[in-house]
Design a protein around this ligand. Structure first.
Ligand SMILES: Cc1cc2nc3c(=O)[nH]c(=O)nc-3n(C[C@H](O)[C@H](O)[C@H](O)COP(=O)(O)OP(=O)(O)OC[C@H]3O[C@@H](n4cnc5c(N)ncnc54)[C@H](O)[C@@H]3O)c2cc1C
Length: 581
């Protein structure tokens, strides 16, 4: 049970996170940081015990699909509804909402750890809880006070759930192609008409819908301008239906319990969140939260597969010994472990940064700060927002890609058994596959990261990393590794000079660049962990040594193929397609 509340989580909660700054900015000097930390541990221990109990039913009922309900909604299978009820009873379905709306105002990092635990037990259940907190945060940021007071306490109590409705048949990665329509009504509300597809938990009561303003419909078509984010409830205040209907459910490769819905809006009445025509920005906030949530989901699934693989490798005897003793198996397991730790390090680092950003915003919106403090906080906030915009897509990319690899390696370690549905690892692999697709595919995360780097975020992030690494060099144990990571930074900087001279080539290499930057950031964070727990040196060493070699190869690939690569790809495809035609 304690396994779910794992050592890395404890390290962050007890020692690594700068709670003093995060909590004081948010709640003032009087906050009792040690007491808060104790409370955080209690929440996570409770969650660990609860979620571990969800694991068996989730695996046994894995293939059970969500169902349509007679009232035009959709619901997950019984084991998921039971698990949700238990989380609800424990008051743990929507943890970060502020106290004034009935929430516990728990840090985003804690929420991320909770989502990781939930996903480890049941990746489908995580989709529902992830949206619950994600939608609540967007409402908190963009809704009117009246809407917040009406909706948020119901989110916290678990009475209502949320979903986000962006995708349409012709608008996937490219949300500029959205055609659902928002029309203003004389009383200040709006009506929404259109069709959305692939909507997770689309039977939820509260929908956050991205749709195009009727006034500027034709002029803004094909762009992300002129979009509004609208909150639509499935029922009107008198309980009658509000023109929101789940038309069908998708049948999928994994996360069967998670309802993936086609949702039709026909004259649905709602209210705008944020400014008219600025919905894309508001939606990006929701998506960024959700991206970190999916990173946590990827981690949780990877952890579950790694756990199953280690248990199996320990007991499976071949050639007179457990297979874990075979060097090829042992090294595969060790690489899985190190990759999980590296992705977790980056994920928790990004969540900590998200908490810092939120605390700075809260402090700046109040009246506690002096003028000097205010300008210092404003400057730090601007810097941290830049960092967060780069780190979020990188974290999503990394944690979900390793989830794919680790669940696949777990299947390999289980041999033939791993290909049968008597084992759980193929289920975990199937579940992991969606994580590199939804909330923006890996390619989209790499392109987003590239865009942020092009706007100067890389320099900001590297400046912070350099400062941390230079400080680590005072510690003899970490000095050689810190030096290596500093060289990795230089290598990335050299490669980017070639890259940014040609945008098409930069897009072609966006994944390589993302991976090189991820390696620097994850390595730096693993080394930071060593400062708090020297036993983790070998995890950091293993990652830094392996990835610094890879980094050099990636940099050379970027540099050597600077010209002509795209044209060659086009020629190869033309030739091969001609041949097979
Ligand atoms: C189970 C499930 C749940 C989902 N839940 C939700 C939800 O709750 N709400 C919601 O709104 N949507 C949801 N989605 C939709 C999901 O976010 C999209 O499927 C995803 O963003 C990709 O869009 P697409 O499927 O249209 O693929 P496309 O955009 O058509 O992309 C196809 C391929 O082209 C690549 N590609 C596209 N553009 C680029 C580019 N510029 N550069 C490089 N490569 C590119 C992609 O990476 C991908 O490999 C869900 C989808 C699934 C399957």
């Amino acid at each position: 049970m304690l396994d779910y509340w794992n050592p890395a989580m404890r390290l962050y909660v007890d020692r690594l996170v700068d709670w003093e700054t995060i909590l004081t900015l948010r709640r003032g000097e009087a906050v009792d940081v040690e007491a808060e930390k104790g409370a955080f541990s209690t929440v996570l221990e409770t969650l660990a015990a609860l979620t571990a109990g969800f694991e068996r039913p989730a695996r046994e009922h894995w293939s059970e699909e969500a169902q349509l309900t007679p009232d035009g909604g959709a619901e997950p299978p019984a084991h998921m509804r039971d698990a949700y009820a238990k989380l609800r009873e424990a008051g743990l379905v929507c943890m970060p909402v502020p106290e004034k709306y009935g929430g516990a105002a728990l840090p985003l990092l804690l929420n991320g750890m909770a989502l990781e635990m939930i996903a480890r037990a049941d990746a489908s259940l995580m989709t529902v809880i992830g949206l619950q907190t994600g939608a609540a945060e967007d409402i908190e940021k963009y809704a009117s006070e009246e809407t917040k007071r009406a909706i948020l306490p119901r989110f916290v109590s678990g009475e209502v759930q949320g979903c986000m409705d962006l995708t349409e048949p012709q608008a996937g990665s490219d949300l500029g192609r959205i055609s659902a329509r928002v029309t203003d009504l004389p009383d200040g509300t709006v009506r929404v008409d259109g069709q959305k597809i692939f909507i997770t938990n689309g039977g939820a009561e509260v929908h956050l819908v991205l749709a195009r303003d009727a006034d500027t419909y034709d002029a803004s078509k094909g762009t992300t301008q002129g979009l509004s984010l609208v909150l639509v409830e499935r029922h009107r205040p008198d309980g009658s239906p509000n023109g929101v209907r789940v038309a069908r459910l998708e049948r999928k490769l994994g996360i069967h319990g998670s309802p993936t819905c086609e949702v039709v809006f026909e004259g649905a009445i709602g209210v705008r969140l944020g400014e008219k025509g600025k919905g894309f920005r508001a939606m990006l906030d929701l998506m960024n939260n959700a991206r970190l949530g999916v990173a946590a989901q990827g981690l949780g699934i990877a952890e579950a597969a790694f756990h199953d693989a280690t248990v199996y490798a320990r007991q499976r005897q071949q050639f007179g010994q457990p297979i874990e003793k075979q060097p090829l198996v042992m090294t595969m397991l060790a690489k899985m472990a190190v990759n999980i730790e590296a992705a977790r390090a980056l994920c928790y680092h990004t969540y900590e940064l998200a908490d810092l950003v939120r605390s700075r915003e809260v402090a700046l919106s109040g009246s506690r700060l002096s003028n000097a403090e205010r300008s210092a906080q404003q400057e730090a906030l601007e810097r941290d927002v830049v960092r967060l915009r780069l780190l979020t897509p990188l974290t999503k990319y990394f944690a979900t890609e390793i989830s794919h690899d680790i669940t696949r390696d777990a299947m390999q370690i289980l041999g033939g058994v791993g290909y049968t549905m008597d084992s759980d690892v193929p289920k975990l692999h199937a579940d992991s596959l969606i994580t590199t697709v939804y909330e923006g595919t890996s390619e989209i995360q790499a392109s987003f990261a590239l865009k942020e780097m092009g706007k100067g975020a890389l320099a900001v992030v590297f400046e912070m990393a350099r400062r941390e690494l230079d400080a680590m060099k005072q510690d003899a144990m970490r000095e050689p590794l810190a030096d290596r990571v500093l060289s990795m930074i230089e290598r990335v900087e050299e490669a980017t000079k070639v890259l940014f001279s040609d945008i098409q080539y930069a897009l072609l290499r966006a994944k390589l660049l993302a991976e090189m930057v991820i390696d620097v950031l994850a390595s730096t964070e693993l080394l930071r962990q060593v400062g708090a727990d020297p036993r983790r040196l070998e995890v950091a060493e293993s990652y830094v040594m392996r990835r610094s070699l890879e980094g050099d190869t990636m940099a050379r690939r970027i540099e050597q193929n600077a010209t002509g690569r795209l044209a060659r790809d086009a020629r190869v495809l033309e030739l091969v397609t001609e041949r097979s035609a």
